[in-house]
Design a protein around this ligand. Structure first.
Ligand SMILES: [Zn+2]
Length: 285
């Protein structure tokens, strides 16, 4: 049984739906992350933090703090541009800048990557080649389902070797492991676990989705952002009502839901540990 907790460490103003309104860049990642670190410590849980390079560069102490608690530090790119806004060389540059910022902060090189806004799809799958060339062990950018913002319909839902030419069919062997987001089939619906859905759905439904996902694929992953568990996240005014709901709904209860998840599930391994175990089993088995 493998349950993974992944946290995309960025500022509230990096979120896709907020970014388009040119918000005031009022930093609060440190304040928003501190309660999460306390909670993880209390519950003896481990998480993988996908850190945005801009945040690591501006607040290296925060990254040191996270690292000192034994959590994995992975890359979330540098500026939170979606892969659709990049090409192989500007993407490689984003990776490099983030690697430098993380190395400066904690002296490690990230082994995993998650694209801004799960922007991996067939048109941006070239990114997998860039990650392989730069020696990454795994990618966690694939969202196997379709939503208005992102997703690849019929993409493979278990851990698998990434296949650049066809995201819906895993490779038999490879270097880069794909750790897709959990999307569980439930009452005929496709439910992801994390982010807006975790805030929006009643807790029991998210719990069921996580259990179902693990049962269906042998692996389940939750994702969230510190800003969406922090009641004092600045409000971007003048948003349209749908964007405002998706961004802010249930922020006050985000931390409480994380607390419940930590009570009900054991999050004890990082994504590097889990994807390496997968690779070893594939090679030996
Ligand atoms: Zn993000």
């Amino acid at each position: 049984m493998t349950f993974e907790l992944s946290i995309d460490l960025e500022e509230w103003f990096h979120a896709e739906l907020v970014r388009k309104y040119n918000p005031i860049r009022q930093k609060q990642a440190v304040q928003a992350t501190a309660p999460i670190l306390d909670l993880l410590e209390r519950k003896r849980a481990k998480a993988t933090f996908f850190v945005l390079g801009e945040v690591a560069e501006a607040q290296p102490d925060l990254i040191r703090e996270i690292h000192s608690h034994g959590h994995e530090i992975a890359s979330h790119g540098f500026s939170h541009k979606r892969l659709h806004e990049l090409n192989p060389s500007s993407f490689a540059r984003e990776l490099e800048l983030t690697e430098q910022a993380l190395f400066k902060a904690v002296g490690i090189r990230p082994k995993g990557f998650r694209a801004a806004t799960f922007s991996l799809d067939q048109s941006t799958a070239w990114a997998l080649q860039v990650l392989t060339e730069r020696g990454y062990d795994y990618d966690s950018s694939l969202f196997p389902g379709s939503t208005p913002l992102y997703g690849v319909k019929n993409a493979h839902k278990s851990l698998h070797f990434a296949n650049q030419s066809n995201l819906t069919t895993p490779k038999e062997r490879g270097n880069l492991v794909e750790a897709p987001m959990s999307v569980a089939s439930f009452f005929g619906m496709q439910l992801p676990v994390g982010g807006f859905e975790l805030r929006f759905l009643p807790y029991w439904l998210s719990k069921k989705a996580l259990e179902n996902s693990e049962r269906q694929t042998g692996f389940a992953i939750v994702y969230l952002h510190p800003w969406e568990t922090y009641a004092k996240t600045p409000r971007q005014l003048k948003m349209n009502p749908i964007d405002a709901t998706v961004t802010y709904y249930g922020i006050e209860t985000g931390l409480e839901k994380l607390n419940k998840l930590l009570d009900d599930f054991e999050f004890t391994s990082t994504l590097t540990e889990t994807t390496r175990r997968f690779k070893k089993n594939q090679i030996n088995g």
